[in-house]
Design a protein around this ligand. Structure first.
Ligand code: AMP
Ligand code: ZN
Length: 114
C-alpha cells in the first residue's frame, strides 16, 4: 500500500498532481529528473511510501530499500549509464530539503579524470 502525505511535494509527483519527467515507475518506486540538475544526468529515485528521512527507517523498510537500489542499478543499466554517484542527504543539516526519502543519481562528465 502506498502512503501519500498531502503536503509533500514528492507524494504529489507520485500522485501525478505535479508534473515531472518520469524515467521509470513501478508499484513501489518512481524515478524522475531533478528539476535543478547539478550534473548532466541528475535523477531522483524515490520510494512511493512516504518515509521522511533515513533516520526513520525501520525493519519494515528492508524490502523497499533493497528494491530502491536494484531499481537504481537497472535504470542506470537500461540507459547505458556505467558510472554514477549516489547521494542521500539525511537530515536538514546534511542538506535534505525534501522530507520524503530519496536517492540522487548523478552522472555525466563531472568526475574529472578517472
Ligand atoms: P534534497 O536536498 O536531498 O532533499 O533533494 C531534494 C531535491 O529535489 C533537490 O535536488 C531539488 O532540486 C529537487 N526537487 C524539488 N522539487 C522538485 C520537483 N518538483 N521536481 C523535481 N525535482 C525537484
Ligand atoms: Zn511524501
Amino acid at each position: 500500500m502506498i502512503t501519500l502525505k498531502k503536503d509533500c511535494i514528492f507524494c504529489k509527483i507520485i500522485n501525478k498532481e505535479i508534473n515531472s519527467e518520469i524515467i521509470f515507475e513501478d508499484e513501489k518506486i518512481i524515478v524522475f529528473k531533478d528539476i535543478y540538475p547539478r550534473a548532466p544526468i541528475h535523477w531522483l529515485i524515490v520510494p512511493k511510501k512516504h518515509i521522511e528521512t533515513h533516520m526513520q527507517l525501520t525493519d519494515e523498510d528492508k524490502e523497499i530499500m533493497g528494491h530502491l537500489h536494484l531499481v537504481t542499478k537497472k535504470v542506470a543499466e537500461q540507459n547505458n549509464i556505467n558510472h554514477y554517484k549516489l547521494i542521500m542527504n539525511c537530515g536538514y543539516e546534511a542538506g535534505q530539503r525534501v522530507f520524503h526519502i530519496h536517492l540522487h543519481l548523478l552522472s555525466g562528465n563531472i568526475f574529472g579524470e578517472a
